[in-house]
Design a protein around this ligand. Structure first.
Ligand SMILES: Nc1ncnc2c1ncn2[C@@H]1O[C@H](COP(=O)(O)OP(=O)(O)OP(=O)(O)O)[C@@H](O)[C@H]1O
Ligand SMILES: [Mg+2]
Length: 332
């Protein structure tokens, strides 16, 4: 008997030892991961990391060289038609028919997805509304701006309310306002559909996704929530403060709060006597309050700013891959 396809205990996506080689190039190298129902997961990785290849395999568009991939408990290789019914997919570059009208195209896709005629009308209205496409519903797709075309791609993805959505760089080429709209749209799917998106935009992945898979050279080099990744890969914490007063005794005072707490950078004082200091520690214990208390307890010191710095996902990426994100982007 085949696996129960819509049993909610079965993960939305399961990938085991997935490998894809193109001729001599290994694009995906023994990749393992799972995505829970309703979870939003981000694929993060530089150009050529294997993100699109993994997505194409999951959607049944391309066979794997070896390994196992399943969607809702159904093998992608053995039950690809069943799998396609459960996935909304927006491929890289979002190819769309240039000469169709928006509503005509979505109607056609809806029928292909076997949405009944009766349900399709109201569902189209709903999706056009959610993707902010009502104004352009009668426009020819070829005349639409990039942002609108992206939204048509997203509308097509969610149309049949599949349990799994896979979008390859859904916000590429969008302006900041449209990125916000798309981000909100993706967030609104949380809990209802499992969503996998790929992106080069680190803050976007951070803001949208419950969990991140960092992919590099065909391998998953780290995975977890952004905060877990920070903790696991970077450890410790950094604090930035604006402090006036004497230097004497400061290092001892900091060591008294936490033995590994040290000044790692200090700016020259401004005209008002305050200077910016960066403190680092290998401890993950929250030190904000003890720092505040110790630095405002007299000794001629005055404190007017104290912030715990959250390392950026760029730093996490660097730690996971040993590469600089910008260098990767510039090289590509
Ligand atoms: N059809 C193909 N034939 C040969 N090699 C391919 C093909 N498609 C992808 N590759 C290679 O596989 C590797 C992974 O490519 P893939 O497109 O999956 O990366 P990606 O992470 O999506 O990158 P990007 O961020 O640029 O979209 C790259 O080395 C790429 O050159
Ligand atoms: Mg790609």
């Amino acid at each position: 008997m085949p696996a129960q396809p819509d049993n909610s205990a079965v993960p939305a996506i399961e990938v085991r030892d997935l490998v894809k080689t193109y001729g001599g190039i290994t694009a995906v190298s023994r990749v393992n991961f799972a995505v829970a129902r309703g979870e939003i997961v981000g694929f993060l990785g530089p150009n050529g990391a294997g993100k699109s290849t993994t997505m194409r395999i999951l959607t049944g568009c391309m066979p794997a060289t070896s390994g196992y991939a399943a969607v809702c408990g159904l093998s992608v290789a053995a039950q690809s038609e069943e799998v396609k019914r459960r996935i909304g997919y927006m491929p890289e570059n979002n190819p769309l028919p240039e000469d169709m009208r928006v509503s005509e195209y979505l109607h056609y896709r809806g029928r292909l997805k076997e949405i009944s005629r009766k349900k399709l009308g109201p569902r189209l209205d709903e999706v056009l509304e959610r993707c902010d496409l009502k104004r352009v519903r009668h426009r020819i797709i070829g005349t639409l701006s990039k942002g609108y075309r992206q939204r048509v791609g997203i509308a097509e993805c969610i149309l049949a309310e599949p349990p799994v959505i896979i979008m390859d760089e859904p916000t590429i080429g969008l302006d900041p306002r449209q990125i916000l709209i798309v981000r909100d749209l993706i967030a609104s799917l949380r809990g209802r559909m499992a969503v996998v998106i790929s992106s080069h935009i680190l803050p976007e992945i951070e803001m949208t996704c419950d969990r991140v898979l960092i992919i590099n050279q065909g391998r998953i080099v780290a995975q977890g929530t952004p905060d877990q990744l920070r903790r696991d890969l970077l450890g410790g914490a950094r604090y930035e403060l604006e402090l006036a007063g004497p230097d004497a005794g400061l290092a001892t005072l900091l060591a008294g709060i936490e033995p590994t707490l040290k000044i790692s950078a200090a700016h020259a004082p401004g005209d008002d006597g305050f200077r910016r200091l960066t403190l680092t520690t290998t401890s993950t214990t929250e030190l904000g309050e003890p720092l505040w208390r110790a630095l405002t307890a007299g000794g001629g010191r005055r404190l007017r700013g104290l912030t715990r710095i959250r390392p950026s996902l760029e730093e996490v990426f660097l730690a996971a891959t040993g590469q600089n994100w910008d260098a990767e982007r510039k090289a590509s």
